[in-house]
Each structure stands twice: as C-alpha cells, then as structure tokens.
Write a protein that binds this ligand. Structure first.
Ligand code: FAD
Length: 832
C-alpha cells in the first residue's frame, strides 16, 4: 500500500490510522509534536459531549458512526462512550418549535428522538429549575436523544494508538512537522524535527494548527482558532456518591441553548461549556509553550488561562437553570482552543495544487470517527460512501479563504452557534463581496438579497409589490406561519405569475461557469461526463459528472462554442477543482491533448430572459434569427443584442420560452438596460430566486446537493435521460451499468401536499403507512399548479398516487406521490 503520513495524534489522526490500518494499509506513520500519552491538542481537554443533532445529513452520519465506534472500543470492560443520552431544552416558544423541527430532521437522518414536556425534563434531570427563570422564562420542554452521550476522547486516542500499533502503524511522538517535501506537484514526504519521513500521501489532522500546516504548502486552510470557555464546579451535595469515577456521569448531557450553555456531570461536579462570551480569536504565536515533560491536564498548548470576567454572566445563568450550583463555585476553568470555519463545517479533501496532500480538520470529537472513515474510504477506494459536498476543503471560493473572511465569518458562526436559525438565514457580514453587473439596477428595484458563495442573489424585488394588486386570485399563495415565512415574500407569487404569463429577467450570474479549451477539451469532457458532448459546435448538453461508483458528483450543462472551446455551467468550486486537476493530469500525460479549465464566472454575467413574450422582447433589440429554426432548444449561438456580443443558449430552468444570455462583465449593465427597456411594453419584470425555485420544482428540475448527491445514482434520481445511450468508457460507466440492472431501494419522488396550504421547508421526514421511510429534499409552493410541492427520497415501492405524510413541526401533513413534471409535461412552452 502507499506510504502514508498522518500529521497529528488527536482524535482525528488516531481514528484515521485505525481506519486505514483496518483496511489493510500497512505503511502508516503518525507524527505528533506532543507526547503521545497526552499530545496537548484540543482532544486532550475535550469534555466529549456528543450531540448527534445536526441539520446536515452528513454530519449526523459522522456523529452516529462515532457513537457506535466508541461504544465498541473498549478495554478492561470499559468502553469509550458513556451513552447517557442528550437533552436540549426550550425556554421560549420559538425554541420549542425549533426543537420539533429538529426532531423531524433527526427522524429523517435515522436517529431516534422525542419531544418531552417540562415535567419529564425535570424527572430526567432533577437539578433543573422548573420555576421561573430570570426574565420570566421557564423550561417548556426538551428534545431527548437517547443515543447521545459522552465520548471518552483521551482514552479513545490511547486505545486507537494501541490497536493501530498492533497492526503495524508507527507513531512518532514529540516530533514536529516543519515542512512538506514535494516533487512535480506531488508530496514525497514530511520534514520533521528528527528527519524526513517519506510519503506518497500526507493527511494533515492538525486540528487548529491546520492553517499553519497549510501554509507549508501554500494552501489557505479556511479555519480560525478560537478560544472557548469550559469550567468545572466544586462538588455538589446532590451528586455525592452517585457516580463512581471522577469523570463518571449518568444524567443526559444538557443543552441550554437559549443562554448558549451546555452541561455534563464529572463525578460529583458539573462541567459547563459556554458560547455566551465574546469570540476570542487566538494568536498562534501566543500559545503556551509546553515541553513534553510539563504536559498535564492543566498545562498544554491548547489551553489558555481562564478569563473569569468573560464567564461571569454565564455563571449566573447556570445557577439560574441549576439552582444547586448556588452552593458551588468554579473550581477549575480554562479557555480551550479549537477551530471554527466560515460555514461551521469541517474541512476534508485534497489540496488542488499538491497531489497527495490531504486535510481532515475543524472536526469535533463528535464527528471524528465518521470523518476518519470517510477519509479512509476516499484514500483506499477513491471516494467516501458518505456525501462530502458540504465538507469539501475546496467548497470555498478564493475570497472565502482569505484571513479577513475566515476571521469574520468564523467568529459570527461562534456567536450564532446555538441560535434558532432559519434554513435561509443569511450572513450579516461580510456582504456585497461578489455582485453581478446588474446589482445597481437590482438595488434600485428594491431587491431582497441572500448570499451564497459570497454572491449577492436577489430573492424578490420590492418594486414588484404593486403587482400583488393585479395578481389573479388563483395565483395567490396561502399564508405561511411567520417563522417559516422569514426570508420569503408573497411578491414571489407575482414574479412567478409574470414569468408564466409575460416575461421576466433572472440574474443567473452567480451560477459557476467554466471555460474548457484546448485540443484535449472534448476528450476530457467525454471521459468525465455522462453526456454525448462530441457534437458539432452549437450543441448544448445537460449531463452528469459521476464518481467511479456511479454516484452523482455534479450535474452540468456543456455548451460547445467551437471545436476546442466549451463553456460549462457547474455547481461549485468543487467542480472547478475536480475538472482542473483532471485537465492538468491529461495535459501532462499527453501534451498534444492539452486542455485548460478557467473559472469565468466573475468575468462574465448571465441573464435568463424567460416567459411567453421573451421572443417579442429580444426581437426589438436583436436582428438575429431567434425563431425555433434559428436557434433550437438546447442549442447555442453568438448573437448581437443592441450591439453587445452575446452568447445565447436556448435553455430555461423555469420551463418557459427564452434564453440564457451571456456576455462579459463590462457589457452586463447595458444588456440589462436594453432588455428592460425593450420589455417595458410587455410588462417585463426582474424576478428573484423565490419565484425561480418554485418554477423549477414545477418542472421537476433537480438541484444538485439538495435533491441528489454522490449518494445517489442517475436512475434513482430521475436523471437517467442524461446518460447518453450506448456511451461507454466515462468515469462511473461500469458501475452505472451494473446499477441500472439492480432495482434501486430508494427513488426521488415528487409529492404534492393535499391541504393545499402546508408549505414545508425541506429535510422533513416522510411517513409511509405510519413509518418514517424517507425525507424531503426541496420544497416550495407551486404557484402555477396551486399546491405546495415537496421532492422526497422514498422507498421504490411507493408509487404515483400513493398517500404519504410529511412531519412538519411535529404535525403530520397528508401528501400524495404525483406524476412529474407537474407543469407542462409536453414541453410545449419551452419549445414554443
Ligand atoms: P487535536 O486534538 O488538536 O489534534 C491535532 C494534533 O496535531 C495535536 O495533538 C497537535 O499537537 C498536532 N500537531 C499540530 N501541528 C503539528 C505539527 N506541525 N507537527 C506534528 N503534530 C502537530 N468537541 C466535541 O465533539 N464535544 C465537546 O464537548 C467538545 N468540547 C470542547 C470544549 C472545549 C473547551 C474545546 C476547546 C473544544 C471542544 N470540542 C468538543 C472540540 C474538540 O475538542 C476538537 O474539535 C477535537 O478535539 C479536534 O480533534 P483533532 O484531532 O482534529 O485536533
């Protein structure tokens, strides 16, 4: 097997050594700067609370795997997990509603949980104050997850070291990695304080030192080391003689998120963690320098001095919630260091510029074994069985890995970590980082922007509010509950109406675009995609990029602009990194087949001009032939719009007649103005993503990352049509052929909600015959079809016409599996 060096013997590095060696890899060295008995990283002081609850399916899977693995990891009759359960409290109605929603998400991800009332909370946790809390609040109930509990992280590290050593893994303690050696774009080894260790693969599991390790290879690892306060109290009378061990615990781990606090038992003491304090970024130069012989529970590089003044307000809240704490004091406190990232997720993946250099950082104890398993699969099989798109190192745009961006967004994530967050809740800052050329007009029209990949994207335009007076009654959407309705607007109904009945402009600029050029362009795209892209220039193909096992890594539109020039619409930076790395490999293997991949998103822009009157509008400013014969559906050509050079593609994600109109950034504003002016007499409007999302669901157009991921193959996702017939030899082809033969267990289905009014949000569980059997992906109100829509993964046996139920904030909503697409199945409007 390849020679692997793992940097860091914390909970992530040791789990990875274990996962790799258990898969038979036999040349593994773990290099750790601290002593192996107590390395001194975040793991060495982690109190080990494991709450599996997470809005991300991937993160919950990581946590569940970690729980099960640590439960099974034992020695002398003691396992590394104390399954005391987890209890999240609600002291506000908003929190209680949110816990109900979270219970649904847990059901969707297969974790058992239940909502309990205040009495049961007290029964389970007798130390709770069940009277009035300061501010008049009180415990209203909680979410109980029986399989949560406490990881014995430091012990797990020792047992994992022991087990991996037996399998031949070498551990080098008190050895600091000082450099990464490389040759020809590949890692060749790590330089350490005691010489070079050769390697084909290096995985940095350096925790909050990750950014420093990245710097050794010119990689901006977007994580911020932050200090976080944890204290232990003096003994409680109420806990005397209850737990045998000093760190023993029986009561569930407890979260009091309305005051940013969590609790666990340590024998007869209570341990308390607080996120209520100011974010405290850590200067890596100021870490305590601790020699191997001085390392102890109280002195280690990841432990800064306690700042009591930061904890004082939280201490009052602790005593308020658990009155028994009035009789105690803070016996021991510290400001421990760990990593935060711009979106709160971990960082997993290979450096695009250095083959063989991997990262697995910003990982909690909670997710550690799951992450290690995913990385082990990535290394040994080429891909993880768990969908990693939300955790990929390369998911961030360049600007999002800068010091300023990482610092600001990570601190905001720290502040908001326990807030009740709406799924669409935008970042407050930094904003206006990436704006399209139309931004100034959008602002004039009162755009409400949300942010994605640092782009500002209009969701609706206040200028269209007046249209609500004209909106026919049948187009009006039912009212939503105030919380669910946040970050959406009734105006979207009017924008959908105008798109279906007149014409609208959509800003498609933020969707990532790549130029793929060179004599090897066709070969690259032929090899990596499911599409038949070897067509004449002018063809546009919707197809997929697959993993080797047939899972969908992305969906793309490939436009052949010229023999050697392609333009691709892709999903994210992850696609860009994948394609450019593959292009580089191909160019190196055969220079005659060189190919270059460029991100042209920022240097170009795109308007979707869509609606039944789109042809009238463009006809006023372009003399090019845009009739059905002049530019057929799924074809592209260069046209002129009022003198502006435009690449027009006859496509529509909303399912209406029209074009995606691309030009370079400097012409964007002029193009917008020309079209707007030309459309005035036809009632043209600017429309936002609120309408867009509804219209695309009516047409059954899937959104990669939400509706399908690497966990799904094309046939079960309703995307079999995008695999070119008889095409062989592309990545994933063999696995796909096999999968086509086997009936899929789960399929993506279209549901409509029977009451016509319950608009769900996504991630809700779906019940079939009273049993939780699947979960919702995308959801929206379908304005043209006058029903709420929800796409959902369901057992294949569930078929059209079947009745199911969606659990929404704790209540069951009846829905029906429907034929799709719901709107214009004959494609008459698109081809009109
Ligand atoms: P670490 O344990 O930090 O390991 C990284 C290792 O890399 C270190 O041992 C370090 O010495 C080594 N290293 C770094 N640079 C080099 C180099 N150049 N050469 C060689 N070795 C190097 N998580 C939970 O899930 N539940 C909790 O309840 C919880 N509570 C927490 C409470 C506090 C106060 C804090 C600060 C964190 C808490 N966390 C918790 C987070 C958790 O502790 C960390 O996310 C986790 O331990 C990180 O593990 P790791 O293996 O990635 O990093």
């Amino acid at each position: 097997s390849p020679r692997v060096v793992i940097i860091g013997a914390g909970i992530v590095g040791t789990n990875l050594a274990d996962e790799l060696s258990s898969r038979g890899w036999n040349d593994i060295t773990v290099v750790e700067q601290g002593p192996l008995e107590l390395a001194g990283g975040s793991t060495s002081h982690a109190p080990g609370l494991v709450f599996q609850n997470n809005s991300s399916k991937t993160m919950t899977e990581f946590a569940t795997y970690t729980v099960n693995k640590l439960l099974s990891l034992s020695k002398d009759g003691q396992s590394c997990f104390n399954q005391v359960g987890g209890l999240e409290l609600a002291t506000t109605p908003e929190r209680l509603a949110d816990l109900k929603r979270k219970m649904g998400v847990m059901t969707s991800w297969g974790v058992e949980s239940r909502i309990i009332d205040a009495d049961e909370c007290e029964k389970i946790y007798p130390l709770l104050n069940t009277g009035k809390l300061t501010g008049g609040r009180e415990v209203l109930g909680g979410l109980l997850i029986p399989t949560d509990g406490l990881a014995l992280a430091a012990r797990a590290v020792q047992l994992l070291i022991e087990r991996s050593r037996e399998r031949g893994v070498t551990f080098l303690g008190s050895t600091t990695v000082t450099g990464i050696s490389q040759w020809g774009g590949k890692v060749t080894g790590v330089e350490t304080s005691s010489g070079v260790v050769p390697a084909d693969i290096v995985v940095s599991c350096a925790g909050f030192w990750g950014r420093e390790l990245g710097k050794l290879v010119g990689l901006d690892v977007p994580l911020l080391p932050l200090a976080h306060q944890y204290v232990k109290t003096t003994p409680l009378q109420e806990l005397q003689g209850v737990n045998d061990l000093p760190n023993g615990a029986q009561k569930p781990i407890l979260r009091y998120q309305d005051r940013d606090l969590y609790f666990r038992e340590h024998g007869d003491r209570i341990g308390i963690g607080s996120y209520a304090h100011r974010p405290m970024p850590v200067d890596m130069e100021q870490l305590p320098r601790v020699g191997a012989e001085e390392m102890s529970d109280h002195r280690m590089p990841s432990r800064l001095d306690f700042t009591l003044e930061d904890f004082a307000p939280a201490w009052e809240d602790c005593q308020d919630l658990l009155p028994a704490l009035h009789a105690t004091q803070i016996e021991d406190g510290f400001n421990g260091i760990f990593s935060f990232t711009p979106d709160g997720g971990p960082l997993i993946g290979e450096a695009p510029e250095l083959s063989g250099f991997f990262v697995a950082e910003a990982v909690w104890v909670t997710h550690s074994a799951g992450v290690a398993k995913a990385v082990a699969e990535l290394l040994t099989e080429g891909r993880s069985r768990t969908d990693l798109h939300g955790t990929e190192l390369s998911r961030f745009e360049k600007v999002q890995t800068s010091d300023d961006y990482v610092s600001e967004t990570s601190q905001q994530n720290f502040v908001e970590i326990y807030d009740v967050l709406h799924p669409l809740q935008p970042k407050e800052s930094p904003r206006d980082v990436r704006v399209s050329p139309f931004n100034v007009r959008q602002k004039e029209l009162g755009a409400f922007f949300l942010e994605s990949a640092a782009w500002e994207r209009p969701h609706w335009f206040e200028a269209n509010r007046a249209l609500l007076d004209e909106l026919p009654a049948e187009w009006q959407a039912p009212e939503r509950e105030p919380w669910a309705a946040m970050f959406s607007s009734p105006i979207s109904a009017a924008e959908a109406w105008k798109t279906r009945t007149a014409v609208a402009l959509y800003d498609m600029t933020p969707l990532k675009r790549l130029a793929v050029n060179g004599p090897g362009a066709q070969e690259l795209l032929h090899r990596l995609s499911t599409g038949n892209i070897a067509k004449k220039p002018g063809a546009v193909t919707y197809c997929l990029l697959l993993e080797h096992d047939g899972g969908i890594r992305s969906d793309v539109t490939v436009a052949r602009l010229a023999e050697e020039d392609f333009q691709l619409g892709v999903n994210s930076n992850v696609d860009f990194d994948y394609l450019r790395v593959e292009a580089r490999k191909q160019s190196a293997a055969d220079p005659a087949k060189w190919v270059h991949v460029t991100d042209i998103t920022g240097s170009t822009c795109c308007i979707g001009l869509w609606g039944p009157l789109a042809r009238e509008v463009i006809g006023k400013v372009s003399s090019d032939d845009l009739t059905n014969d002049g530019l057929k559906y799924f074809r592209t050509k260069e046209i002129s719009v009022g003198g502006i050079p435009v690449t027009a593609m006859r496509l529509s994600y909303v399912g209406e007649l029209g074009w995606e109109l691309y030009t370079t950034a400097e012409y964007g504003l002029k193009l917008w103005d020309l079209l707007f002016e030309a459309g005035r007499e036809h009632g043209i409007i600017a429309a936002g993503r609120g309408a867009f999302n509804s219209l695309r669901l009516e047409k059954g157009y899937r959104l990669w990352g939400t509706d399908m991921t690497t966990e799904h193959h094309p046939y079960q996702s309703g995307l079999g049509f995008s695999v070119a017939k008889d095409k062989v030899g592309f990545v994933g082809a063999e696995a796909l052929a096999a999968r086509k033969e086997q009936p899929a267990e789960k399929v993506l289905r279209c549901l409509t909600v029977d009451d016509g009014t319950s608009i769900v949000l996504g991630k809700e569980p779906v019940y079939v015959g009273g049993v939780a059997a699947g979960y919702v992906t995308s959801a929206a109100y379908g304005y043209s079809i006058r029903k709420p829509i929800a796409y959902a993964w369901l057992p294949a046996a569930v078929s059209e016409g079947d009745a199911v139920e969606i659990e929404y904030f704790g209540r069951r909503v009846a829905a029906t599996v429907s034929a799709e697409p719901l709107f214009d199945p004959g494609m008459e409007r698109l081809r009109g």
